[in-house]
Ligand binder design. Structure first.
Ligand SMILES: NC(=O)C1=CN([C@@H]2O[C@H](COP(=O)(O)OP(=O)(O)OC[C@H]3O[C@@H](n4cnc5c(N)ncnc54)[C@H](O)[C@@H]3O)[C@@H](O)[C@H]2O)C=CC1
Ligand SMILES: O=C(O)CCC(=O)C(=O)O
Length: 525
């Protein structure tokens, strides 16, 4: 039974889902890193929010780990390259908390416009400072969104309801989507100079880090207000403080900080700053949504192989997983076959998909073929990290898809090029769901894959089969199945022998010495 650790506070719904789905679950939240490092090797999956940092050393210590599930959107607390290199899938729940976070941004905008936190504190203190607090209306004002994806789009929709004019800077926002949202696309400088309120809704990337720098703030309208409900580090906090102190900006609302938990900040103690402790996603509804989703996604992956919302793997639905699984197995086995025959540096891999195979999730199939190919020499490679490993080794990977069907409904060919040769291995999946090997180089055959096989290349002449059978019998190697193929009578021939158990190096060496034999190799699947 797979075992999962819930490492951050999640709705109890997650525990129920794991149990119902047959996944053992431990809840250990707020563990110091040293404690996490000590126990993490027990788990196949980890469910987190933003507090637990899944760093390179955590991944290195997590020997069984297959999946990290983030109950939320931002995955900046997960070292995705390290996870990918270790073959660990990283998933998030991209929609479960977006309404809640958008509502928090709108709440912060309203709180800023009417100075509600300061007015609240003053009233509680019995001051009744009616003349001190003079707000501004949102009606007719311009809201500038930096980032207009899921959350930005919902903020735009709500702001339109408040009769604001919404402009957005988002290089990836299509003109159609902007029109659908009723949002005017703008360049960053234009937005900075026109917006009365600016709300940030991008992930933190190399481009967005410090997007609100001192220089950007200088371009903002005097008296503008800034809301950051996306990520700390998008705003230069020192520059923001200076702009508030100088009166250039009228206010700022900050849910996320450069360093979290933010126990101290240059922004604290300033009445023009409304602060919340990363509460963007903190509603009962959002937390229920993300906890359910992450538990479902992790369970699905560990139990059925379905992949949803992964950031380092193509998605495969549970239904698709059923259909694609035998083809993934075929692709991996073809790769493994080619890999075991390859003793030289691999320069290129070409994968051809035909018929049914061409209609399936090609990225997943290619990753499986690469995993099979590389695993023969690099045992830690799997479907997740195979493309990265191939790229690191300079292996050129190409794919071709053809609709046409030959005698088989579907067909995959994996062609591997080394400095001295190109070898193609092809297979299909029969209606019984079993992958079959149908071609090695140009030789056609029909063989099932078995855990232990012997691959022999020989000259097609009488006497070879009898000698091979006798030799295996004398060596106490039991033959389970025997498949032959040849390019033409009397020419190149291949024998694929399924045997019960590992034949051992001595037997392979003895086969190589038989007359007519050109080569022999033990293969494992
Ligand atoms: N405060 C909180 O508790 C929460 C914060 N978040 C944050 O909100 C962010 C946005 O979430 P979603 O809208 O769901 O993500 P999303 O991926 O749907 O939208 C992000 C948008 O940013 C745009 N973008 C990317 N690079 C950009 C750039 N250089 N300049 C301008 N726009 C750029 C993208 O094109 C995309 O449209 C997340 O990345 C996360 O960091 C999300 C949930 C809760
Ligand atoms: O889990 C949380 O409270 C934070 C949510 C968040 O920042 C995210 O989903 O990106």
């Amino acid at each position: 039974m797979p075992k999962v650790l819930i490492a951050d506070k999640l709705s109890p719904a997650a525990v129920s889902i794991f149990k119902v789905r047959g996944v053992e679950v431990d809840v250990k939240t707020g563990l110091p890193k040293e404690e996490l490092l000590k126990i993490v090797d027990q788990y196949d999956g980890i469910a987190i929010r933003s507090a637990t940092k899944i760093t390179k050393d955590v991944i290195a210590a997590a020997k069984k780990l297959k999946v990290v599930g983030r109950a939320g959107i931002g995955v900046d607390n997960v070292d995705i390259p390290a996870a990918t290199a270790a073959g660990v899938i990283v998933m998030n729940t991209p929609f479960g908390n977006s309404i809640t976070t958008a509502e928090h941004a709108i709440s912060l905008m309203m709180a800023l416009a009417r100075e509600i936190p300061a007015a609240n504190a003053s009233t509680h203190a019995g001051k009744w400072e009616k003349n001190r607090f003079m707000g501004v209306e949102l009606y007719g004002k311009t809201l500038g969104l930096i980032g207009c994806g899921n959350i930005g789009g919902i903020v735009a929709d709500r702001a339109k309801g408040l009769k604001m004019h919404v402009i957005a800077y988002d290089p990836y926002l299509s003109a159609e989507r902007a029109a659908e949202l009723g949002v005017e696309k703008a360049e960053l400088d234009d937005l900075l100079s026109r917006a009365d309120f600016i709300s940030l809704h991008t992930p933190k990337t190399a481009e967005t880090k410090n997007i609100i720098s001192a220089a950007a703030i200088a371009k903002m309208k005097k008296g503008a207000r800034l809301i950051n409900c996306a990520r700390g580090g998008l705003v230069d906090e020192v520059a923001l403080k200076a702009a508030l102190d100088s009166g250039h900006l009228a206010g700022a609302a900050v849910d996320v900080f450069e360093t979290e938990p933010a126990k101290e900040s240059v922004l604290f103690g300033n009445e023009k700053v409304v602060c919340t402790p990363h509460l963007g996603a903190s509603t009962e509804e959002a937390q229920e949504n993300v906890a359910l989703q992450v538990a479902e996604q992790i369970s699905d992956y560990l139990i059925t192989g379905a992949i949803v919302n992964a950031l380092n793997m193509p998605s495969i639905t549970a239904q698709e997983a059923q259909l694609v699984k035998p083809w993934i197995s075929l692709a991996e086995k073809l790769g493994a076959f080619a890999g075991q025959l390859t003793e030289n540096e691999i320069l290129a891999v070409e994968i051809l998909y035909e018929g049914t195979a061409a209609t399936l999730n090609q990225r997943a199939l290619t990753q499986a073929a690469l995993a099979g190919l590389l695993k023969s020499h690099l045992p830690d490679v799997n479907m997740v990290n195979a493309p990265v490993v191939a790229k690191e080794r300079g292996i050129k990977v190409s794919e071709t898809r053809q609709d046409q069907r030959g005698i088989y409904e579907g067909y995959i060919q994996v062609k591997v090029t080394t400095p001295d040769m190109t070898r193609g291995i092809a297979g299909t999946v029969f209606s019984d769901g079993h992958p079959r090997l149908i071609q090695v180089k140009d030789i056609k055959l029909d063989a099932e894959f078995a855990p232990n096989m012997i691959y022999v290349t020989n000259e097609d002449k009488p006497g070879f089969i009898g000698r091979l059978g006798t030799m295996l019998g004398e060596s106490k190697v039991n033959i389970a199945n025997f498949t032959l193929g040849r390019s033409a009578p009397g020419e190149d021939s291949i024998a694929l022998v399924q045997v019960d158990g590992d034949p051992g190096d001595d037997v392979i060496a003895a086969i190589r010495k038989l007359p007519l034999v050109r080569g022999a190799k033990a293969l494992k699947f």
